[in-house]
Design a protein. Structure first.
Length: 116
């Protein structure tokens, strides 16, 4: 009963691709949808390298994280993230932000595959 959903990211914006992937990961496309279960749905995003990213977005978007220690606040622009980790990490972070923050988040995110 494992469902495979393939999303082609060619010439589409990051948010549109990510929201479609998040919607599928939540199981909203399935007739077996249940809020309290991570359904066996595998979402594959293909051609992630061809996503339309304007220069204003790559320079302006800032990813932040905090370690919890004094001086442990780190910032990274999308441009730096693309150079260091690639487009796959940017897509994963975007989809991750659209999934509810509960115990099902990790198992759902394991079902996301991003191909460049």
């Amino acid at each position: 009963m494992k469902t495979e959903i393939i999303i082609d990211a060619t010439d589409r914006t990051l948010g549109r691709v990510a929201s479609e992937a998040a919607h599928a990961l939540l199981g909203k496309r399935s007739v077996h949808f249940a809020k309290n279960q991570a359904l066996p749905v595998t979402v594959t995003v293909t051609n992630a390298g061809k996503i339309h990213l304007p220069a204003r977005r790559t320079k302006g978007k800032i990813y932040t994280r905090y370690t919890g220690y004094p001086g442990g606040f780190y910032e990274m622009t999308m441009e730096e993230m693309l150079a260091k980790k690639g487009i796959a990490e940017v897509v994963k972070k975007t989809v991750d932000g659209m999934i509810p923050r509960n115990k099902l988040r990790k198992p759902r995110m394991k079902n996301l595959i991003v191909n460049e």
